[in-house]
Write a protein that binds this ligand. Structure first.
Ligand SMILES: C[S@@+](CC[C@H](N)C(=O)[O-])C[C@H]1O[C@@H](n2cnc3c(N)ncnc32)[C@H](O)[C@@H]1O
Length: 505
């Protein structure tokens, strides 16, 4: 945050902390509280007894078995934040203030790093594969925490769990622990947790939603049989996503959030059928192998194993199909080629030319392209932990434009045309397309329509000048839209996104 912005900086924080404390106090004093869903006004004079403890979630020794109605958890997400390390800064000061009131919570010299459930390689400093060891440590700790929650929860109890957008790699580890601890996911709700912001102004992508999962002890759910086969369950997972995706989109969830929101219904269906195995063995996926090396320890590969990541993959594929249909593939009836699909869906979901490489890997898998060999060096480059997509000029400068007839991917033909329009003239670009017979080619027209729905609109049509890589991509939008108006009006519909800029143009 920007701490000094009036009304949104420290003063906002202090106001919020005060508000939270007031609301917590009100909860235990029902008489003074405004009656709401959670508050049952009983005897106003008697505060509800509250016990607060501070300890690790995998050792709730003070709570007996099957005694709790609800567990509400906002768990740590893999290596997102190193809470304990950050807390040391405050701990030493709190010890001298709050420590006077609750000395039993401040007996340590510094905070407890050992029992923290985060993937922290520093815990394994000096050991081989520290990063992988840290990943496994996180996974095991979270599994123990879920198992402990399962122990204390009543058979008809409920656990709600928040899943943040960051570190989607943690989803697999978390849901595996959750399902193996004996929970099924019975509902999921995406909740917008960050201000919308102006996505096209920032260069980098961001997601806005947190997913709330409602989980129940498995025994409480009827109809549990033996092992099910993934081949039977996968279509059910896809159907579950299909049923919800339109609803999510209509309630304003878009971009990468739409993929995240789809994980809820996918995991609901998946956990209902657990345990799962494959009927036919699967070859070790190359991308997964590479990715696993950096995150989790290499474990013996089981070609029949099914993991929550399978459900997430199925969800991504379903959302991919849905989005391409929404952007115009349905009317065209043909399938867009994989590379152009990757480009369209990357812009559609991240709305920025730079986004996390891990997310790009997952999208590539859903689309059926190999990121390292077919995308990197062709459509963009790896920059640290991000993928950066190139515009037509960058691709031309890197001699990466490919065949101008679109024989590898229609995006190549589009970028050749955009580049010609930008460095020569619109007429020259049109003539080149005409000579290659592309203007009459349905696959070219379809690709043009979809790309024009996702690239950022440039100054010619929005009146707004963008910066950096976004400006470069918007240059392609302007070139291609001008070309459409010159050569394909009537054949390729006007981009729907232009309606947003109707007043500005
Ligand atoms: C995503 S944060 C929750 C933030 C909280 N909802 C808030 O708004 O302040 C995850 C929390 O889990 C805590 N945590 C990490 N390991 C834990 C463990 N073994 N037992 C209990 N809590 C743990 C972290 O210290 C961190 O505060």
């Amino acid at each position: 945050m920007a701490p000094l912005v009036a009304g949104l900086g420290y003063d906002w924080v202090i106001g919020q902390v005060g508000k939270c404390i007031e609301e917590l106090v009100a909860l235990v004093h029902p008489g003074t509280a405004v009656a709401g869903l959670l508050l049952r006004p009983t005897s106003p004079a008697v505060p509800t007894p509250v016990t607060i403890t501070c300890g690790s979630g995998d050792a709730l020794d003070h709570i007996s078995e099957a005694s709790v109605d609800a567990v509400v958890m906002d768990p740590p997400y893999y290596d997102n934040v190193m809470y304990a390390e950050l807390s040391d800064f405050f701990y030493v000061w709190l010890k001298r203030t709050a420590g006077q009131v609750v000395p039993e919570l401040f007996t340590r010299r510094l905070t407890d790093k050992e029992n923290e459930a985060v993937a922290n390689p520093a815990k394994f400093a000096g050991q081989r594969g520290a990063k992988a060891l840290a990943g496994r440590d996180y996974q095991e700790r979270m599994a123990r925490i879920f198992a402990e929650c399962r122990r204390v929860l009543k058979p008809n109890g409920i656990m709600t769990l928040m899943f943040t957008h960051k570190a989607t790699g943690a989803w697999d580890a978390l849901t595996k622990g959750l399902i193996e601890a004996g929970f099924i996911i019975t509902a999921s709700w995406p909740v917008n947790t960050e201000a919308e912001g102006s996505l096209h102004i920032k260069n980098k992508s961001a997601a806005n939603s947190t997913i709330f999962l409602a989980c129940r002890p498995r025994d409480a759910a009827a109809g549990q049989g033996g092992t099910s086969y993934w081949e039977d369950v996968e279509p059910l997972v896809a159907a579950a996503v299909r049923r919800r995706v339109a609803e999510f989109q209509n309630s304003g969830i878009g971009g990468v959030d739409l993929y995240l929101a789809s994980f809820g219904p996918a995991l609901e269906e998946f956990s209902r059928h657990w345990p799962l195995r494959r009927g036919t063995p699967r070859a070790k996926p190359e991308a997964q192998r590479r990715q696993r090396q950096t995150t989790l320890l290499q474990e013996e590969y089981d070609p029949y194993a099914v993991t929550p990541e399978d459900a997430l993959d199925a969800a991504r594929r379903e959302v991919k199909r849905w989005r391409l249909d929404q952007l115009g593939q349905k009317q065209a009836k043909g399938e867009l080629d994989p590379l152009t699909s990757f480009f369209v869906l990357a812009w559609d979901s991240f709305r920025a030319p730079v986004f996390p490489y891990d997310e790009a890997l997952r999208l590539a898998r859903a689309v059926g392209v190999d990121l390292d060999t077919q995308v990197v060096g062709v459509l963009g480059e790896k920059a640290g932990s991000d993928l950066c997509l190139w515009d037509s000029a960058r691709r031309a400068a890197k001699s990466a434009l490919g065949a101008p007839d679109g024989s590898r991917a229609m995006l190549d033909a589009l970028h050749h045309a955009a580049h010609a329009a930008r460095i020569k003239t619109l007429a020259a670009a049109k003539e080149e397309l005409d000579t290659r017979g592309l203007l009459a080619e349905p696959a070219f027209r379809q690709a043009l329509q979809l790309v024009l729905e996702v690239l950022p609109v440039g100054r010619d049509f929005s009146g707004v000048a963008l910066d950096g890589d976004l400006a470069a991509a918007s240059g392609d939008f302007d070139a291609l839209e001008n070309l459409r108006r010159l050569a394909l009006v009537g054949q390729v519909p006007e981009p729907k996104q232009l309606a947003l800029w109707a007043d500005a143009a």
